[in-house]
Design a protein around this ligand. Structure first.
Ligand SMILES: [Zn+2]
Length: 321
């Protein structure tokens, strides 16, 4: 009798340990929070986050900075502010612009940076279709920003980053990578180990549920490193299937690629047939928040070895094409 009870206890204990292990490999994503951030950024109040309309783009920047503060991220380069501010001359105007950057300092290798980014600007107001003239940019790219913020929260909770993690919301992507260009000129490229940029992740990819693709796959082994971590999970990461679209050259990873940084964009958009892209119909109602949650988990798992400092992706030859 005693032995039997002992055996049962051992079994219960063992299964408890095993199930704990299973849980720790898949991070928990707060769906409600993800949805709140997504909805706020894509709301009509944000008026399409046009970089040429200071009060609109600044409203979005302020919101993101508040989210970083809530998580407890630090400012960039000892700065207490999350804003990386710069000026830009454009058609006779002088614009004051800002990237929003939150930092999670590395515990052992603080001078090695891993960048998680997403652009927060969109294209503003368009000629009206019916009653609607606001291009809300829900998929492009409130989806990416909401995931980037949630990743900051997850990595902060995991507290396992030997490297410094930078969470960067870029401005001025839609007008030609203004924010990412400024960022890449200011930072010492040698310090950046990897960059993963998130762009349009609110709809299921052509490969089905729990999948995504990464642009410029063959230019570094970042994608392979991520795939290895995802092997025994339900997630699958693919090479970009839209090679003729040149997506690798069409997002904020590009200015960093030019500095030799293994910088790639992860996306799920079916760009060849997405009918809401850059229209007033790119709204939250079109999106699947579970898809965003899947991407968040996929990135947290796939990048874990780079975050912990165990793995380092190969560099990209500058200006390679
Ligand atoms: Zn975009």
């Amino acid at each position: 009798m005693k032995n039997k009870i002992y055996t049962i206890f051992t079994l219960i204990l063992l299964s408890a340990i095993l199930s704990c292990k299973g849980q720790s490999s898949e991070p928990i994503v707060d769906i409600k929070e993800t949805q709140r951030i997504l909805k706020t950024l894509a709301s009509d109040d944000m008026r399409g986050r046009n970089v040429l309309v200071p009060e609109d783009i600044n409203r979005a920047a302020m919101f993101i900075a508040k989210e970083f503060a809530k998580i407890g991220l630090k400012g960039f380069e000892g700065d207490t502010s999350y804003y990386q501010e710069f000026e830009k001359r454009y058609k006779g105007r002088r614009l004051n612009l800002k990237n929003v950057i939150g930092v999670l300092p590395g515990k052992k290798r603080p001078n090695e940076f891993v960048v998680f980014s997403a652009h927060y600007d969109h294209i503003g107001i368009l000629p009206a279709i019916g009653q609607d003239s606001i291009a809300n940019g829900a998929d492009d790219n409130a989806s990416g920003v909401s995931a980037m913020i949630q990743l900051a929260k997850i990595f902060k909770n995991q507290n396992a980053n030997e490297r410094t993690l930078l969470f960067v919301a870029f401005t001025g992507e839609e007008v030609g990578f203004w924010g990412s260009e400024y960022f890449s000129d200011k930072v010492n490229a040698k310090n950046i180990v990897a960059m993963l940029n998130l762009e349009m992740i609110g709809k299921e990819s052509k490969f089905g549920k729990n999948t995504a693709y990464i642009t410029g796959f063959r230019f570094s082994d970042l994608g392979k490193i991520m795939q290895n971590h995802l092997k025994n999970t339900k997630f699958m990461l693919y090479e970009d299937p839209y090679t003729t679209q040149q997506l690798f050259y069409r997002s904020d990873n590009m200015p960093l690629v030019k500095k030799g940084i293994p910088a790639h964009t992860l996306s799920t958009v079916q760009i060849n047939k997405d009918e809401t892209y850059h229209t007033v119909k790119d709204e939250v109602e079109q999106l699947d928040v579970d898809n965003i949650a899947g991407v968040i988990k996929m990135v947290a798992i796939g990048m874990s070895g780079i975050v912990s400092g165990e793995e380092t992706p190969t560099r990209i030859k500058a200006n390679r094409r």
